[in-house]
Design a protein around this ligand. Sequence first.
Ligand code: TRP
Length: 331
Amino acid sequence: METVVSGIRPTGELHLGNYFGALRNFIKMQHEHNCYFFIADYHSLTTHPTPHDLHGHVKSVLINYLAAGLDPEVSTIYIQSDMPQVAELYLLLNMNAYIGELERVASFKEKIRTQPNNVNAGLLTYPTLMAADIIIHRATKVPVGKDQGQHLEMTRTFVNRFNRLYNVEYFPEPVAYNFGEDLIKIPGLDGSTKMSKSDNENSCIYLSDSPELIRKKVMRAVTDQGPTEPMQAKPQPIINIFDIMAAVSPKETLEHFEGLYNTCQIRYGDMKKQLAEDVIVFNAPFREKIQELSSNNDYLRKVAKHGAEKAVESASKTIKEVREIIGFKSF
Ligand code: TRP
């Protein structure tokens, strides 16, 4: 059994891409490991220091997590800012994080390009906060995609530096938790290869979307004139609708439309109609749960409080030990 930490920025509603990418695997993983799932609300301030509806976005993610099947009795689900011990560890790690190495991080360089008017110290030290998130529970596994590889590498750098500077074997080196074949990449409805909110809202199907909205979005998905030769290779937008169908529809449905495509008889309107109905059926239990949870603030409060208590217990232990290691003493 390993200790696993996963953070998600509070971006609001989760979509099918989030579900098939990670969430579905988290639900399995929670029974196999000691898992901490948190909502990174401190992190979101690095790009939006004056956030619009921070609480609403945190709440959406929490509801989506619970609706998808993360169990607050099995894993520790918490809001980052409910565990302020992470801010202390972040401060301590920053003393041994060097400007030069932080400036070389690709995500930082990208932010300098995209938000030149808000290059704040929080942005520069995003990797130290992320490292603190992970090592505060002395985690060994972090389920993140390739885009977070460099941040995880930095975490290992900070871990090794801490252990070396204070001459201890305290923090373990965390590595990526790879879902391998279980990771299903869901493409966008707009022809792009990844369902992503930042690119285009309409290319995403949210777990909370109503049947009407799902029909509307799917019917608008990008297609083309159709194949002109048997067994023709599919262009990206067509691969996309087949990929989404592969994820949500019964196998026979997929095979039926594959057959029609390969014999040039496909009518995308029919395929999209079927896809929309299958997405609706797939989404139904999530949507129902999301609606139920949305109006149950008492329950959400209880979940957040319970998660915070478990997270704080683990974090306090680490902070106490780290303070001793560095040499803080009380009178
Ligand atoms: N940086 C991660 C992302 O953008 C979110 C994150 C913050 C995280 N802290 C973390 C992920 C700790 C895993 C562990 O997706």
